[in-house]
Design a protein around this ligand. Structure first.
Ligand code: NAD
Ligand code: WQD
Length: 345
């Protein structure tokens, strides 16, 4: 790679849940950030809060751009000439991806192709891409070299984007591509000013717990009670969103050794069951929640955890925060913002 220190980072989807936490870490690590987002699943209130949290808000620029708009995207590259891209922007609801597969392929895969074309045109030679544990399908302890077997269109978009990025990186010897396969991000910034705020009724466990604890949903449906796990409920590798965000900074900082194509799991390696997470969240929120034991959710794996050895051995990254930290910060965000980024009704 032509070695110029990365300074300007374009962050797609940078006011979404993981993107906003990463922008904070980028600014504190002295990067300049250009965010692009089409606001399909985010709010400008989040951007205002991020600017209020960081030490140098003047280093954040926001452009409302849809990745599917190749002309507009290329104008942004022309104007800012970023040194690297962190690519979060995607649609991410598994059920919706089954109902609207074309929208998911168009947005996630089409958006990634547009992005790579602009990067190629403007000689931007590093991408960090948000992939997901769901590329592994049903795999209780996944390593990066394991077989990819997604079971829904959302997961397939991630596999396709990984492949496209790999093929593109093979054509450009100066290119560095880092694929980060996130396990289950939860938690929030310690300020309680930003956190996860899904627009509809949540599908994922932590945002659902947040809604039950704040009285907006009556009870937690526990999907599956007879798995071969510690207490019969599904086990996942939850990771604090701030640990995850810091993983991206480590990748940018190590650009010298990351020329070529690299894949890393970002997880803790530890499994937590649905009931264990619910109990930890109840403690953090100082409440008790009604739980209704239900049938298994179709397509769910009994257990999904990461082998996180590679990212530690090669990049020196390791998650620092535990389940109680995650629940404390999710509870703090929810107590302070029961309606997320929306004003109280
Ligand atoms: P999010 O929905 O909060 O953030 C995604 C952001 O991208 C949103 O702000 C949305 O408005 C924007 N966006 C979507 N399509 C766009 C487009 N065409 N043009 C411009 N902006 C667009 O999601 P998140 O949880 O922050 O996830 C970030 C990334 O991490 C996604 O790629 C997601 O697939 C991946 N991921 C998330 C999880 C998770 O559980 N949250 C797990 C694994 C991987
Ligand atoms: C965790 C556990 C559920 C909700 C999904 C996507 C994956 C990734 C993360 C982006 C499971 C149980 C859940 C509820 C419950 N996203 N559960 N009651 O299924 O690991 O992964 O989100 O890439 O692609 O598939 O996460 O939070 O939905 O579920 O009992 O109301 O909680 O059955 O065991 P999952 P999740």
């Amino acid at each position: 790679m032509e070695q110029t220190k990365i300074k300007k980072v374009l962050v797609t989807g940078g006011i979404g849940y993981i993107g906003s936490h990463t922008v904070i870490e980028l600014i504190e690590a002295d990067y300049e950030v250009i965010i692009i987002d089409n606001l399909v699943n985010s709010s400008l209130v989040c951007l205002e809060r991020v600017k209020a949290i960081v030490s140098k808000p003047e280093n954040i620029t926001f452009e409302e751009v849809d990745l599917r708009d190749a002309t507009r995207l290329s104008q942004v590259f022309h104007e800012y000439l970023p040194d690297a891209v962190i690519h979060f922007a995607a649609l991410k609801a598994v059920g919706e991806s089954v109902a609207k597969p074309l929208d998911y392929y168009e947005n996630n895969v089409g958006g990634t192709i547009n992005l790579l074309k602009s990067m190629n045109l403007y000689k931007c030679n590093m991408i960090v891409f948000s992939s997901s544990a769901c590329v592994y399908g049903d795999n209780p302890y996944a390593s990066e070299t394991d077989r990819l077997a997604p079971i829904n269109p959302y997961g397939m978009t991630k596999v396709m984007c990984e492949q496209i990025i790999q093929d593109y990186s093979n054509t450009n010897k100066n290119f560095a591509a880092v694929i980060l396969r996130y396990f289950n991000p939860i938690g929030a910034h310690s300020s309680g000013m930003i956190g996860e705020d899904p627009k509809d009724i949540p599908n994922n466990l932590m945002p659902y717990l947040q809604k039950v604890a704040s009285g907006q949903l009556p009870h937690l449906n526990v999907f599956g009670k007879d798995y071969d796990t510690v207490d019969g409920t599904g086990v996942r590798d939850y990771i604090h969103v701030v640990d995850l965000a810091q993983g991206h900074i480590v990748a940018l900082d190590k650009q010298e050794q990351l020329q070529g194509y690299h894949v890393f799991n970002l997880g803790t390696g530890n499994g937590t069951s649905v009931l264990q997470l619910a109990t930890a969240f109840e403690k953090a929120f100082e409440t008790e929640m009604k739980k209704v034991m239900c049938d298994r959710r179709p397509g769910d794996a009994p257990k999904s955890t990461a082998c996180a050895d590679k990212v530690f051995n090669e990049l020196g990254w390791k998650a620092k925060l535990d389940i109680d930290d995650m629940c404390r910060d999710s509870a703090n965000w929810t107590k302070k913002n029961p309606n997320g980024f929306h004003a109280q009704p």
